[in-house]
Design a protein around this ligand. Structure first.
Ligand SMILES: [Zn+2]
Length: 109
């Protein structure tokens, strides 16, 4: 995932757009987040960060989107979750008896 965070011309931080530009030629809202340079107004499209999870049996859940807990609750058709805490840090959720560790997939997956 090559996230572009600065304008290549102006070298300032991009701002995320709430809606895709009308001229967007790449993908749609489902797969890309759209960013814009506050100075020259150039638009950039970045692949959406989409989480993955693995449970205690080694089973993977892919393409969970930006809100992995909500997506897992939907996939397992349950309403409750508990945080999965390791070394004082939330690393995932316990959902429907699955201990999910949540992470961003490595580049190229
Ligand atoms: Zn710019």
């Amino acid at each position: 995932m090559n996230m572009i965070t600065k304008c290549e011309r102006c070298n300032v931080n991009l701002r995320q757009r709430k809606t895709p530009p009308k001229t967007a030629m790449i993908g749609d809202e489902k797969y890309y987040d759209y960013w814009q340079c506050p100075i020259c107004k150039t638009n950039y499209a970045n692949p959406k960060q989409s989480y993955m999870a693995v449970d205690q049996y080694g089973k993977y859940e892919q393409s969970l989107g930006a809100q992995p807990k909500e997506e897992l609750l939907k996939r397992y058709n349950v309403k409750t979750s508990q945080p999965l805490i390791i070394d004082g840090r939330i690393v995932g959720w316990v959902i429907a008896g699955h201990w999910f560790t949540v992470f961003l997939p490595p580049e190229g997956l």
